[in-house]
Design a protein around this ligand. Structure first.
Ligand SMILES: NC(=O)c1ccc[n+]([C@@H]2O[C@H](COP(=O)([O-])OP(=O)(O)OC[C@H]3O[C@@H](n4cnc5c(N)ncnc54)[C@H](O)[C@@H]3O)[C@@H](O)[C@H]2O)c1
Length: 338
């Protein structure tokens, strides 16, 4: 399956089982290539790319969000300088959102920008972070606070890489696809709802439909000035739950809970039933004061108001600017306590 992303520098996303072995048909690997991966990603995926390169350097960071920082950024920069990469060379990221965000950020700033190719290997990165051009590292206590908008040259989604992903990571990533469906694509919601037990058979379509939602939004709002906010459905409270859980809960698990606060009764019931099917949390003990503190510090908060996405009916959303007081009421009213 091929998806064209029509932003200023157009690029293709190719979704195919086993496609990493054919990367040289899509990427220009006839130059110096830095392959960036992390220690949790099976090395065979980087090796598959390396075998097709004229001259490759592989750099592996420690797995986990804690590596998405300025130290890793400087380490990768050092590797590029020491290996005399020029402006006509390139970076290939092989891994999840951490490697993709870091690799994209390095590519966007090394010599003012070199080519960046992305090979996402987690479901979250395949349905979401690999397109849209947001790159970042975390700094101090802030997530994604330093970054750029920089589009990849091409994205290869090899669905066979999902076979080595833990079930928990897989289902957490599935929530981001569910989110796209809830706001914009009822058929995607049905696909997820009706295929528990044989999701791999329809995974290409799940990824394609989720990315299609994101692509539509990104094409209209490349730099997140309006419409792109729908991608944040479930994230306002989700992010706060993630931070207050000391990262014990995965991102998608928190987004799943976060969506419940901004859905009509009917939509909420449907989300809960799907989350339960995939063993995702639907209840949590919350310190609401603490959650609210995190929300107030969210970078999307503007003064005393915040834009939030509501879904009254699957496939239909509305973005509203509400006061922090109203948000607190929503938080207080909803009881997700286990
Ligand atoms: N740029 C964007 O638009 C955007 C959007 C959403 C999220 N993000 C970012 O994405 C990051 C989260 O991404 P993630 O959920 O992919 O996490 P991740 O990159 O940390 O990957 C999760 C874990 O899975 C392992 N892994 C990766 N691929 C594997 C495979 N095929 N088999 C076995 N293990 C594998 C990794 O080593 C890691 O331990 C966050 O930093 C978030 O901020 C960015």
């Amino acid at each position: 399956m091929i998806l064209d992303v029509n932003v200023q520098n157009k690029y293709q996303v190719i979704i195919e089982n086993g496609i990493l072995k054919k990367a040289s048909s899509y990427f220009n690997l006839d130059r110096k290539v830095l392959i960036l991966s992390d220690s949790g990603v099976p090395i065979v995926y980087s090796e598959a790319i390396k075998q097709q390169c004229k001259e490759a350097v592989t750099f592996v960071i420690d797995q986990g969000e804690q590596s998405k920082n300025i130290d890793s950024y400087l380490q990768v920069m050092k590797v590029l300088v020491e290996n005399e990469f020029t402006r006509s060379d390139c970076i290939v990221a092989v891994g999840g959102g951490v490697v993709g965000d870091l690799g994209g950020f390095v590519a966007s700033t090394y010599m003012r920008g070199i080519d960046f190719y992305n090979c996402p290997t987690t479901l979250l990165s395949q349905v979401d972070s690999s397109i849209g051009g947001k790159t970042a590292v975390d700094f101090l206590t802030y997530k994604n606070i330093i970054g750029t908008f920089y589009q990849p040259k091409c994205v290869l989604i090899d669905t066979s890489t999902l076979k080595t992903l833990s079930a928990r990571q897989f289902y957490s990533g599935l929530v981001e696809a569910l989110k796209m469906g809830i706001t914009s694509d009822p058929k995607l919601v049905d696909l997820i709802d009706n295929n528990k037990g044989h999701l791999f058979k329809v995974i290409d379509e799940v990824i394609f439909r989720a990315l299609s939602v994101k692509k539509e939004v990104v094409e209209k709002d490349t730099k997140e000035q309006g419409l792109r906010q729908i991608l944040n459905f479930g994230h306002t409270i989700g992010h706060a739950i993630e931070s207050s859980s000391d990262m014990k809960l995965l991102h998608g698990e928190c987004v799943g809970l976060g969506m419940l606060y901004f859905s009509s009764k009917e939509v909420k019931q449907r989300i809960i039933s799907i989350l339960k099917k995939y063993n995702l949390p639907t209840e949590i003990e919350l310190d609401k004061e603490e959650i609210f503190k995190y929300i107030k510090h969210d970078k999307k908060t503007r003064g005393n108001t915040i834009n939030v996405v509501f879904v009254d009916q699957i496939g239909k959303y509305r973005i509203e600017n509400i006061s922090l007081d109203s948000l607190k009421e929503i938080l207080d009213k909803e009881n997700l306590n286990a």
